[in-house]
Design a binder for this molecule. Structure first.
Ligand code: KIV
Ligand code: NA
Length: 265
């Protein structure tokens, strides 16, 4: 099968084919996700929450992101792999941003990077794009700014923030980003953004008027169970299935049911 590229995603938008995207942070999961036919795999800094158990995405380091991304890359044959630049690796100046993006591309083999923000990081994004590294934007609820927002509720409900978001999306398209993630904003606004740019808009909690959808893998397979936003559809309940499998194993060990005759040498 043909590899998904940044160009194929833009073509999908013009052909009206929706783009599917999920996170993955390790080899085994990425192998399953890629084999199932996903278009884009995001090595998200949500690894900070999902893999490391931090409360926010802020603590994860560039080295840790590179470790996750290189594990994912070893598994993937078809999907486009996008890697988040973590908090603190691009905000201070464009040179630092470029250095971080280059480390990700060289050391993990990822195909593109994602940065959170609009006009405030425009020069950094331009610098990365100039080096030939594809950039995915991320607007709306940008979790690296959670301490500025003070809450995980829907963004851009007020006109001022909505207008700025539209402007930022147009700017990201103009400078050459290949796609934008819109997180947790009103569906109507997300649709409006998707209609006003020609690059794909990938939504999470942004309704179905956009060009594709992204979810955190561990949430959609129900491995996590305390996080229950309205936008999350659970396709499995792995938390319950794993809990019962593991407690069955505990019982089998305790009762000397496992291993049996055919499970030993
Ligand atoms: O880190 C992440 O998982 C993300 C997606 C939710 C878009 O940035
Ligand atoms: Na992220």
């Amino acid at each position: 099968y043909k590899r998904v590229t940044t160009k194929s995603l833009v073509d999908m938008k013009s052909n009206g084919e929706k783009i599917s995207m999920l996170t993955a942070y390790d080899y085994t999961m990425a192998k399953i996700v890629d084999g199932a036919g996903i278009d884009v795999i995001l090595v998200g800094d949500s690894a900070s929450n999902v893999m490391a158990g931090h409360e926010t995405t802020l603590p994860i380091t560039l080295d840790q992101m590179i470790y996750h991304a290189s594990s994912v890359i070893r598994a993937v044959e078809r999907a486009l792999v996008v890697v988040d630049l973590p908090f603190g690796s691009y905000q201070s100046d464009p040179k630092e941003a470029l250095r971080s993006a280059i480390r990700i591309m060289k050391e993990s083999g990822g195909h593109a990077v994602k940065l959170e923000g609009g006009k405030e990081i425009k020069d950094s994004i331009k610098r990365i794009l100039n080096a030939g590294v594809p950039v995915m934007g991320h607007l709306g609820l940008t979790p690296q700014s959670i301490y500025k927002f003070g809450t995980y509720t829907v963004r851009a409900k007020e006109e001022e923030e909505a207008l700025q978001l539209i402007e930022d999306a147009k700017m990201l398209e103009r400078i050459g980003c290949f796609a934008i993630v819109l997180e947790k904003i009103p569906a109507k606004l997300a649709k409006q953004v998707a209609e006003s740019v020609s690059i794909p808009i990938i939504g999470i909690g942004a309704g179905n008027g956009v060009d594709g959808q992204v979810l955190v893998l561990h949430d959609m397979i129900g491995m996590t169970h305390e996080f229950n936003p309205r936008f999350l559809r659970r396709y499995m309940n792995l938390f319950e299935d794993m809990t019962s499998a593991i407690s069955q194993y505990v019982d089998d060990v305790k009762s000397v049911d496992f291993p049996n005759e055919s499970e030993q040498y």
